[in-house]
Design a protein around this ligand. Structure first.
Ligand SMILES: Nc1ncnc2c1ncn2[C@@H]1O[C@H](COP(=O)(O)OP(=O)(O)OP(=O)(O)O)[C@@H](O)[C@H]1O
Ligand SMILES: [Mg+2]
Length: 655
């Protein structure tokens, strides 16, 4: 049973002391308590001035304990040793127990009245009640107003008392401030769990008058975020905390999963492939038109090349999705990588035959080769995500739904592919939020392992620039970054610095010795280095000092429990995988009908036909599939027809 706050006027537990050496200041004070006390580092206390109680005109000060000391009346340890004649056993048996005191240092959280700002009075010290915690953390402003914007983040726990702590949605999701960063050591800091809990809390408490909110989570590690729609195991203690926080402990009701295909183009590249769950996973497949705008992601890796940039711009502005004449009599309509390859061939052959030198439409052949290489690189290295000629399957741009999580599984994707996914998804979110046509008003983007994507040092990659851009400007748009990493010092300063809310789990002591943590007292650092699982330190714009809170286990199935309960299915042979893809769209088709249709077909033709079905969602799936497969062709003819050379990352001439 939670001990409820004692009524105002309860007995004080301590008294402020100030000496010449340790005076009270407007921001810090010291107080003593009995040796037996429930006060500890992180406890919140209320100081009342003079004899009058709260509300009787005296100054009231709230503080959080940052350090503690114990000592006796001995001047030096020597006196104790001599008194016991050097024998610790005799010291314990001494007839008189030495007077011992507990002295605490507290940092001021809030003074009432706030002006004039004065040193803390030498008043009585009380344990904080729920109402005091709300006052001390300035939560009253957003908790008790006509339209509250409070989001429960955890329970402040001290001396048997538990008080809910709330973040202000206006400062967590915007527009006043935004973004959250969480750091701490692997496994003990509960970073991923804390974000899962908080997302649930946001979905339940984000105020209706602030609009709709959705979340896009990049799953970058194993099965971490792949079971957000499945209930996890909670203990009674967790349920009690949920009740105290006013959050319903249940898995997310609406979750959509996206994963690219494996290199075979039909089996999904995710661990959520168990037959009971795979239906919720949509393929993520992009073609040339989706990728071309983000070619900078690739070019930035080595060098910024204005000429290549200009050529890519030329391709997107003048060539792609238009009827285009290559100048050598070849007509092109470029919509896929394969079409683009045909155009490149046309240009190279044309230049060679016409002996027209090395320039085509002001672009040097070397630049053209370079762009061909880099683009070819994407479709080879990101096979399964980027297709040479299949149509796209994408997130529901413009149709994002309220309180829905979109999980994009890139855990098994090549780093280049991951960068591409980040770049495109975040840019599209930004574009749609700018135009206010995404479907929701705000999106929380959760990026785990942020140190990989926005490292403190290393080259300025496109993804890093983009994360910086969200950090600095996202709040005006409703684009909110929740980032997690083990070592905050390894993430770009402006990315962590712009996070309005900073959360810390158990920290590494070496990390705590880095300059970023100088503001914390030694005792707070020790507490951080030994923080138990499930406890966090939170900094939030309304709180003048960091506050420790406890949060319940997230209500969703943990990734590793998920793969145990729902073991991933083995990859299906090509034709079975095709059947499964089509059955998702039209469950009534008989598998054998599909198998008969695709027997002896080229795999890429089959993939293209599935892509068309997925995109067009026709009434008669089988008819469209059959039509898109085209007429059956003899193997030789087929080989000839697909004689377009595959995009090869290594050009025939070294560049
Ligand atoms: N509130 C909680 N109370 C008790 N245990 C918890 C709580 N939240 C999470 N845990 C447990 O802590 C463990 C680690 O959690 P989590 O995976 O979130 O850590 P992490 O910081 O993300 O680790 P990593 O850096 O390896 O990704 C999990 O096994 C989880 O069950
Ligand atoms: Mg994690």
């Amino acid at each position: 049973m939670i001990q409820q706050p004692e009524p105002i006027g309860e007995a004080p537990i301590g008294r402020v002391v100030a000496t010449e050496l340790k005076p009270a200041t407007p921001h810090q004070f010291h107080f003593w308590t009995a040796t037996e006390t429930s006060i500890g580092i992180g406890a919140i206390v209320r100081v009342e001035e003079g004899g009058g109680g709260k509300g009787e005109g005296g100054r009231v000060v709230y503080g959080v304990v940052t350090d503690g000391f114990a000592y006796s009346d001995l001047a030096t340890p020597l006196h104790d040793v001599i008194g016991a004649e050097g024998d610790p056993a005799r010291a314990a048996a001494a007839p008189t127990v030495r007077q011992e005191i507990r002295l605490w240092t507290a940092a001021v959280l809030r003074q009432i009245p706030e002006e004039p700002l004065q040193p803390v009075p030498l008043g009585r010290v009380h344990m904080a009640s729920d109402a005091d915690v709300a006052q001390a953390l300035r939560m009253d402003a957003y908790l008790h107003r006509a339209k509250p914007t409070a989001i429960p983040v955890g329970l402040y726990t001290s001396g048997g008392l538990e008080s809910p702590v709330y973040l202000d949605a206006d400062f967590l999701v915007g527009p006043e401030a935004a973004h959250l960063n969480i750091s701490g050591v692997s496994g003990l800091a509960t970073k991923t769990s804390a974000v899962e809990f908080l997302l649930g809390s946001i979905f339940q408490h984000f105020p209706a008058h602030r609009g709709n909110v959705a979340a896009v989570c990049f799953n970058v590690k194993g099965p971490d975020l792949l079971f957000l729609d499945q209930a996890g195991q909670l203990e009674d203690e967790d349920r009690r905390r949920y009740a105290r926080l006013g959050v319903e402990p249940g898995p997310f009701a609406q979750v959509h999963y996206y994963a690219p295909f494996k290199a075979d183009g039909v089996n999904l590249n995710t661990l959520r492939t168990h037959a009971d769950l795979v239906h919720a996973v949509e393929p993520l497949v992009w073609g040339l038109t989706e990728v071309l705008d983000y070619a900078e992601v690739l070019l930035n890796r080595d060098d910024i090349d204005a000429k290549a940039d200009a050529f890519i711009d030329f391709l997107s502005d003048r060539v792609v999705r238009r009827d285009f004449d290559d100048g050598f009599g070849g007509q092109h309509r470029v919509e896929t990588f394969a079409d683009l390859e045909r155009l490149f061939r046309g240009i190279f052959d044309g230049l060679e035959m016409a002996s027209r030198g090395d320039i085509w439409r002001t672009h040097h052949i070397a630049t053209i080769r370079k762009v061909r290489n880099r683009l070819g690189n994407v479709s080879t290295r990101c096979k399964g995500l980027v297709t040479d000629d299949g149509p796209a399957s994408d997130l529901p741009w413009g149709k994002f739904a309220d309180r829905t999580v979109y999980v994009i599984d890139v855990a098994n994707v090549d780093p280049l592919g991951q960068d591409l996914v980040f770049a495109r998804v975040v840019s599209k979110l930004r574009e749609h939020l700018e135009r206010r046509d995404l479907g929701v008003d705000a999106v929380v983007v959760f990026v785990d392992e942020l140190n990989k994507y926005a490292p403190a040092d290393g080259p300025e990659t496109y993804v890093k620039k983009m994360l910086l851009d969200i950090s600095e400007r996202g709040r005006y748009l409703g684009l909110v970054l929740f980032g997690a990493e083990q070592f905050r010092s390894q993430v770009h300063r402006r990315v962590v610095g712009n996070a309005g809310t900073q959360v810390f789990g158990r920290m590494d002591s070496d990390e705590l010795a880095t300059p970023g943590y100088q503001v914390l007292s030694p005792a707070t650092k020790i507490k951080l280095a030994t923080l138990p699982i499930g406890e966090l330190m939170v900094r939030h714009p309304h709180f003048t000092q960091p506050i420790f809170v406890r949060f319940p286990r997230p209500p969703v199935l943990r990734g590793r429990d998920g793969v145990e309960r729902f073991p991933p299915a083995a990859d299906l042979p090509f034709e079975d995988a095709v059947v499964r893809q089509l059955l998702r769209v039209a469950p009534s088709i008989r598998p054998n009908q599909i198998k008969d249709l695709i027997a002896g077909r080229e795999e890429h033709d089959v993939r293209r036909a599935i892509g068309a079905v997925r995109r067009e969602r026709p009434e008669d799936v089988l008819a469209l599939f059959r039509r898109r497969l085209g007429g059956r062709v003899a193997p030789e003819a087929a080989r000839e027809r697909t004689a377009v050379p595959p995009l090869n990352p290594i050009a025939e001439e070294p560049y």
